[in-house]
Unconditional design. Structure first.
Length: 60
């Protein structure tokens, strides 16, 4: 009887986990879509800074 209880609780925990992952994944995707332009802008600034540093190092 104890083995069946463990299996049932494991299934319930697994279902809770799936629900949590689904809910948080949707919120994460929405926030990622909203912040995508900001992230791309930050990455382009970092690339520009790195190119300037590499260019300055190559000249000197």
């Amino acid at each position: 009887m104890r083995i069946r209880t463990k299996n049932i609780t494991a299934k319930i925990y697994f279902l809770y986990l799936l629900i949590l992952v689904f809910v948080f994944r949707r919120k994460q995707v929405r926030s990622a879509l909203k912040g995508k332009s900001i992230l791309c802008y930050d990455i382009s600034i970092i690339k520009t800074i790195n190119q300037k540093e590499n260019g300055d190092a190559a000249v000197t």
